[in-house]
Write a protein of this length. Structure first.
Length: 128
């Protein structure tokens, strides 16, 4: 797959997964309880994976998975930091979607599951 075509494909997949993640939050009351509780964070991490694939396509899927884990876990750990300026940022909708609100251990498992699923479903995983 040519690099430009691959980047466009990953950009599209990233947007699709982002839309699914937002929909899982908006329509969570219509989902089974387990899906409503876990799907949003897993899809968020999958979106990060596909975004990394788009940005760093030549580096490969393993690089994207590792970077996605690092970013996801780092953002979750950053929620342990409290300061008025970052709490004000987290109080906005974009800030809450990107930075979250409070550290939860279970979120690390959700992120790992989302990245593992994205890696497993990645249609061009074996391509460089």
């Amino acid at each position: 797959m040519p690099s430009a075509r691959g980047r466009w494909a990953y950009a599209g997949i990233t947007l699709l997964v982002m839309a699914l993640g937002l929909a899982s939050r908006v329509f969570g009351d219509r989902l089974p309880a387990f899906a409503a509780a876990h799907l949003g964070d897993a899809l968020w991490a999958a979106m990060i994976y596909f975004g990394c694939r788009c940005l760093f396509l030549p580096r490969g899927a393993r690089f994207a998975a590792g970077l996605s884990l690092l970013l996801s876990f780092g953002i979750e750990a950053s929620q342990l930091y409290r300061s008025p300026w970052i709490d004000a940022l987290r109080a906005t909708t974009p800030g809450a979607l990107v930075l979250g609100h409070g550290f939860l251990w279970i979120d690390l498992a959700r992120y790992a599951a989302g990245i593992a699923a994205a890696y497993g479903l990645d249609p061009w995983r074996l391509c460089r």
